[in-house]
Write a protein that binds this ligand. Structure first.
Ligand SMILES: Nc1ncnc2c1ncn2[C@@H]1O[C@H](COP(=O)(O)OP(=O)(O)OP(=O)(O)O)[C@@H](O)[C@H]1O
Length: 768
């Protein structure tokens, strides 16, 4: 049913049209239209409706000229829609209780947002008022209203003054000028086409105009970008937010919408932290307000800082699956491994580095408490993480518990199993291997032994924590960062009656900021020292032209008894690409060097085949192993001294560093050859210059951003809006400290948990 006011507005507009005032088809018609019709509307509308009409007019004013065709009908339609919506809108605003959930706070209820604006906002990824208010400024402009006499040629300035006259040129492109008077001085503000401006700001209006100064005329000009109603304060300073914008939706329009949405800040962004954590912080609503409408540059800065900490913290809680408070840990106290450890140190072929000892100490401290360890050990390739894991496992076994070592691939499981048994057997520690590819009877036997406590340490893939696997007394799980094994997974094990300590190992050196963000639920230990005597791996770039030289070099190495890795990006040649596939490469090399044993290893091979190839390579029966990146993590064959990486530009820096880490693990000089035709090889240079994995990771973070670096993009909505991990290290540390507090006393932070749930709804973000 049509609202009475709408009908009368429509009639009035039609009447105006008949009288010929409305030249709606032409570009200049809008100004005339507004000039003539607005007074009519103003008379007819209630104050609230008049407000809406003004918004609509502003909206159209901001629209590009060609969109203004057929304005009358469009305007009538909007007036119709809006005025019928109005009662609901008023209801929304006055209702004391917030509508349930974010989805209820639709953009259409914000003043100044019509269907067209909604579409424009959607283009910026904004669908709710929450998302709108989280559309943060990119930067700020400090706009100081200036005196005309002091303006410099070429500068961007804001001039506040009174309109004293206007002029619209003839011709196809219309030049609109407003003459502005300020204490007896004049300046002309200039626009192209925007011919409605003189009507909107008639002589006598006080205005503030932003634009670029041109002093070459008798009267200076201001190539205007923005105009708004001013006040008489002629030297006012204003800080203006500049937003990520689109062609249709500029920062001025966004600011206008934002201003209207700001009424809902308190409702959508209530403070969720207890007072004790807010010392020195802006309260949450104030921070949101200040980031959009800063009262000073300093306030904008502290607002941003508070929101960054919050953003990182919420992200940590979401990604670590810690949306629900976890409490009631009761892990076993494991501190009786002394004797076993003593024997182990005695038979170890090397002295532990200081860093290894320190990290083992940190681990042992955790294992001696019932709170349960969840510690991440980060160490560059070859820094000796396995030895650290062994110490932890022995501590568990010595204390009468079992240990499980969970690794990402069967190749690695096998390798770890062999190196553990070599060391553990003489100590009387029984290790076993559990693989998906094992036969049923073999597997069942292992499961029974495990349940009866006849196995002390079990090595395998993710299957180790599945339901059918029952432990006699599981005290420690050593795992890999790829499993994303945190507090929550441990709780799952707890549900099965186990409450092991958890040690997470990462072979990917990631910058501390990123580690704290992604693994905030874990304590962090870093092995920041390499075993003594390591020779640096000589790293060189090469192009196809030097292929013959490269082959000669490989020949020398094989003749000296060394082994070689060749890594290719793809398994099989595809028509579309000319990347050398591993299969093809292996064939070519076998043909080229018939006297050598060339083998192929890739992820699509069966477990047993892979196992066999790795065993032969370990034992020196294979000279060249051609492979895809399955050998990237953890493979340890000290006699391998050359790593050739084909199409090196296709790999990330961190990945290349991992691959290179497969050599340089023994006493011989090792080499890494990056074969690439790519001209843009600045990235590869980083690798030639340093072997410090953390430096390389920092570089990668700068070059590619955290999303790329860790495949974070897969997490969909997990993008951080404000935080820049390469820049905000200090704030990440603060977020981390706060997170530890929250994990300790989750019951005090219920509101924080609720907020995380709102921002990262389950099943929607991909962070689960
Ligand atoms: N303190 C040490 N002194 C000398 N050699 C060591 C020391 N610690 C470990 N090693 C040896 O260094 C090699 C690499 O160790 P390990 O496999 O534990 O490295 P890692 O940190 O797991 O590396 P990656 O992440 O590349 O797998 C092994 O051959 C190991 O025996």
């Amino acid at each position: 049913m049509e609202n009475k006011t709408v009908v009368s507005i429509k009639n009035a507009l039609r009447a105006e049209e008949k009288q010929g005032y409305l030249n709606t088809g032409a570009i200049g018609g809008f100004g005339a239209f507004l000039h003539d019709v607005l007074p009519v509307l103003q008379k007819m509308a209630t104050p609230e409706q008049w407000e809406v009409v003004q918004e609509i007019v502003r909206e159209y004013e901001l629209a590009p000229p060609r969109k203004r065709k057929g304005l009358l009908d469009a305007l009538i339609k909007i007036i119709e829609n809006r005025l019928t919506l109005l009662p609901e809108k008023i209801k929304m605003k006055s209702s004391a209780t917030a509508p349930a959930g974010d989805s209820a706070i639709q953009l259409q209820y914000v003043k100044g947002v019509g269907p067209q604006r909604i579409r424009q906002l959607e283009n910026l990824g904004i669908r709710t008022v929450r998302e709108l208010l989280q559309h943060y400024p990119r930067r700020y402009e400090i706009r100081t209203s200036r005196l005309i006499n002091e303006l410099q040629d070429g500068e961007i300035a804001v001039v506040t003054g009174t309109v004293s006259g206007s002029q619209i040129s003839r011709g196809r492109v219309k030049v609109t000028k407003l003459r502005i008077e300020q204490d007896g001085s004049y300046i002309d503000a200039v626009w192209f086409n925007q011919t409605h401006i003189p009507r909107q700001f008639p002589a006598g209006s006080v205005v503030s105009i932003t634009g670029k100064v041109q002093w070459n005329k008798k009267v200076p000009e201001l190539l205007a970008t923005e105009i708004e109603k001013g006040n008489n304060d002629r030297q006012r300073t204003e800080i203006v937010a500049i937003y990520p914008e689109t062609a249709r939706l500029n920062s001025k329009a966004i600011r206008f919408i934002m201003r209207n949405a700001s009424a809902q800040i308190e409702e959508i962004f209530p403070e969720v932290f207890p007072d004790e954590d807010c010392q020195g912080w802006l309260k949450r609503p104030e921070a949101i307000r200040e980031i959009h409408f800063p009262s000073s540059p300093e306030k904008a800065k502290i607002a941003r800082e508070r929101l960054i900490i919050e953003e990182i913290l919420f992200f940590q809680l979401a990604i670590a699956e810690l949306r629900d408070p976890v409490s009631g840990n009761s892990s076993p106290v494991l501190q009786k491994g002394k004797e076993l450890l003593h024997k182990w140190l005695h038979i170890l072929e090397f002295q532990l580095t200081r860093a290894q000892k320190r990290v083992i100490g940190e681990i042992f401290r955790d294992m001696a408490t019932t709170r349960g360890m969840t510690r991440l050990v980060q160490g560059d390739v070859g820094s000796g993480k396995t030895a650290v894991a062994m110490a932890a496992l022995l501590q568990a076994v010595g204390s009468g518990y079992q240990g499980a070592m969970m690794v990402p691939t069967e190749v690695l499981a096998l390798q770890h199993y062999h190196s553990l048994t070599r060391v553990f057997q003489p100590l009387g520690v029984r290790a076993a291997l559990l693989l998906g590819s094992q036969g049923k009877s073999e597997r069942e036997e292992i499961l029974v032994d495990l349940e009866q406590g006849k196995i002390d340490v079990i090595v395998g893939t993710h299957a180790l924590i599945q339901d059918q696997v029952r432990y006699h007394a599981l005290g420690l799980v050593v795992t890999d960062e790829q499993h994303r094994f945190g507090v929550r997974q441990r709780t799952r094990l707890q549900d099965k009656g186990e409450s092991p300590h958890v040690l997470v190992m990462t072979a990917t050196p990631i910058p501390r900021t990123l580690a704290l963000t992604l693994y905030g639920d874990l304590q962090l230990s870093v092995i920041d020292e390499m075993p003594a005597g390591r020779k640096p791996v000589m790293t060189r770039k090469m192009t196809e032209r030097s292929r013959a030289q490269l082959e000669k070099f490989l020949e020398q190495q094989v003749a000296a008894g060394r082994q070689i890795f060749v890594v290719c990006p793809l398994v099989q040649e595809t028509e579309k690409t000319d990347f050398i596939s591993a299969t093809e490469k292996a064939r070519v090399l076998a043909e080229r060097f018939p006297a050598w044993k060339v083998a192929l290893l890739h992820g699509r091979m069966k477990g047993q085949e892979k196992e066999e190839v790795m065993r032969r390579f370990h034992q020196g029966e294979i000279n060249i192993l051609v492979s895809t990146t399955v050998i990237e993590v953890g493979v340890n064959v000290p006699n391998a001294t050359v790593m050739v990486i084909e199409n090196a530009e296709r790999f990330g820096l961190a990945q290349l560093h991992q691959l290179r880490g497969r050599v340089g693990r023994g006493d011989h000089q090792s080499f890494c050859i990056l074969v690439s035709e790519s001209r843009d090889s600045a990235r590869l240079n980083v690798l030639c210059e340093t072997e410090d994995g953390f430096k390389i990771a920092e570089e990668d973070l700068k070059l590619r951003g955290p999303g790329e670096l860790l495949g974070l993009r897969q997490h969909g909505a997990a993008e951080l809006k404000l935080a820049d991990l390469a820049r905000d290290g200090r704030l990440v540390e603060k977020a981390y400290i706060l997170l530890q507090k929250i994990l300790k006393e989750p019951e005090k932070y219920q509101e924080v948990y609720q907020e995380v749930e709102k921002q990262y709804p389950r099943n929607k973000t991909g962070i689960n």
